[in-house]
Design a protein around this ligand. Structure first.
Ligand code: DX5
Ligand code: ZN
Length: 217
């Protein structure tokens, strides 16, 4: 049995105390920093960009998993590489030339991910799955932390897991939005292997214990 990859989302961190929040993550069994970039165009919210990611990069050895919720991600891919991103995920719905964008990300030396909004069926990945390292299934509508998990996501996870296994591929299934200690087991049982958790981790009294509990599932 493989242990899941735990990717706390810094969007839910206390921005007045970022140093302390990063120290907690660094001392925890978390595997990745999940970093949510929003442009106010693709999603109705604006978060942070490469400048802050560069700061995180300097103070952690964990994988920097950057989730771009932005239009025209190709304009910024090199910036995110420079800032220290290890994984760069773009939205299927934001890319006219997804294959080209994936090649660009891989050409820059990063792992390439594709994120799908809740309404986008996993079938659209059929002809790109072999070229990518990660699929991020949004289990809430992107733009904000603290929303409730959309149960239909479990069907999408199962269908995607079948697609990946049938082809003998090695692609991560990352679930993003509304992940809790209570629903995480059903998400993993459906076939996901990466759990993003924002509020569940950072609003907890003991974030390290919550991360450990997710990791132990
Ligand atoms: C939402 C972001 C998520 C968010 C998850 O658009 O992509 O990564 O931080 O937050 P929670 O875990 O609070 O739903
Ligand atoms: Zn995210």
């Amino acid at each position: 049995m493989h242990m899941p990859i735990i990717a706390p989302s810094l969007l839910a961190a206390d921005f007045y105390n970022l140093e302390a929040e990063c120290t907690i993550l660094n001392q925890s069994v978390a595997d990745w920093y999940h970093l949510d970039v929003m442009d106010g165009r693709f999603v109705p919210n604006i978060s942070f960009g490469p400048m802050l990611i560069e700061v995180f990069r300097k103070h952690t050895t964990k994988v920097c998993d950057v989730h771009l919720m932005i239009e025209e991600p190709e304009k910024y891919a090199a910036e995110f590489k420079k800032a220290g991103a290890d994984n760069l995920t773009v939205h299927y719905e934001a890319c006219k030339h997804l294959h080209r964008n994936i090649q660009q990300i891989k050409g820059l030396g990063m792992k390439a991910g594709v994120a799908l909004n809740p309404h986008t069926p996993v079938d659209v990945l059929k002809d790109i799955l072999a070229d990518i390292d990660l699929v991020c299934l949004m289990s809430v509508n992107p733009g904000f932390g603290g929303q409730s998990f959309i149960p239909h996501t479990l069907h999408k996870i199962k269908a995607l897991r079948n697609m990946i296994n049938e082809r003998g591929l090695n692609v991560h299934i990352e679930i993003d939005g509304g992940v809790t200690v209570e629903n995480a087991k059903s998400i993993l049982d459906a076939g996901a292997d990466v759990l993003v958790a924002g509020s569940t981790v950072f609003k907890a009294a003991d974030p390290k214990a919550i991360i450990a509990a997710l990791k132990a599932l």
